[in-house]
Design a protein around this ligand. Structure first.
Ligand code: SAM
Length: 280
């Protein structure tokens, strides 16, 4: 039984990092006319009202998107992320936050395709209603790990994959890595972006080590932390591991992450990582 609902967490600092990386990858892919497909293995509901009971109960967006909303003069790449959030709000006021499918829907062009997988019945219904009129989108209420494997290599031979599981099940940590390795074997040139939470550091160390040992080339890691690692329960940082990133991504994140760590860190404990795990 799935209980995770992203509506409790929409717009938090982990979403800021994830969607910043997503926007920068998709903007890069749009520089070439050639069509590509976007595969979102764990899509969520597609959009979230920040006035909802769920968002108000945790107020996580207050320490995330809300802190950036009014700031002027941010680096261009961070601005391009904020523009997507503003476009979804349609006004100067921050009232809602887009999910990854909506961000992709806003950026992708007529020639591109989106494949979205979401298992939770309530979130699937919201997502599929939202996407109904968009003929570029195929939405399935099925397992996103299996869906990804079935979709690669894509017809377009160009693809961006976002893998963003809730890690509600401990086996998700292993399934992500196994699925990425399998997908990469079938389609080695795809750009794969995996989101992870730092709840227990040793789990992330293990994921990194397995990817490094897999033989896959060109892997980068970007992490943003609100507070120091701890042994007690709770997420202290979140990261994105990107296989075959745009060549511009490292430099953009080197510019944005120190700033985000300062702006979104708790009591001066913000921290970040920008690392090449495996060279090209
Ligand atoms: N990617 C979304 C975004 O950035 O807006 C948020 C996704 S949320 C972190 C993870 C979602 O995955 C949840 O909505 C959950 O119901 C769904 N989910 C969990 N296991 C899944 C699976 N095996 N296949 C597809 N969806 C799954």
């Amino acid at each position: 039984m799935l209980s995770y609902r992203h509506s409790f967490h929409a717009g938090n600092y982990a979403d800021v990092l994830k969607h910043l990386v997503q926007v920068r990858i998709l903007n890069y892919f749009c520089q070439k006319d050639k069509p590509f497909c976007y595969i979102d293995s764990h899509a969520g509901a597609g959009g979230y009202e920040l006035s909802s009971d769920h968002a108000q109960q945790t107020q996580e967006y207050q320490d995330g998107i809300q802190r950036l909303w009014q700031i002027e003069g941010l680096p261009e790449s961070l601005q391009s992320y904020l523009e997507e959030i503003r476009a979804f709000n349609g006004s100067k006021e921050l009232i809602r936050y887009p999910g990854s499918p909506t961000i992709a829907q806003q950026i992708l062009r007529r020639q591109d395709k989106l494949w979205l997988y979401e298992l939770h019945p309530t979130d699937y219904k919201i997502l599929s209603d939202h996407c109904q009129e968009d003929r570029r989108i195929r939405c399935e209420q099925s397992d996103g790990f299996q869906g990804l494997i079935a979709k690669v290599p894509p017809l377009e031979r160009r693809a961006v994959v976002l893998m963003d599981p809730p890690y509600e099940l401990k086996e998700d940590y292993q399934r992500c890595i196994t699925t990425l390795i399998k997908a990469n074997r079938r389609f080695a040139t795809g750009c794969y972006a995996l989101w992870y939470p730092v709840v227990a550091r040793e789990r992330i160390n293990k994921m990194e080590a397995e990817l490094v040992a897999s033989g896959i080339r060109n892997i980068q890691l970007f992490e943003l932390g609100q507070s120091k690692d701890t042994e007690t329960f709770g997420m202290t940082a979140a990261g994105m591991i990107v296989i075959n990133p745009p060549w511009t991504l490292m430099q953009e994140m080197q510019q944005c992450l120190p700033l985000l760590a300062e702006l979104l860190g708790k009591e001066g404990h913000g921290h970040f990582r920008c690392e090449t795990l495996v060279e090209e």
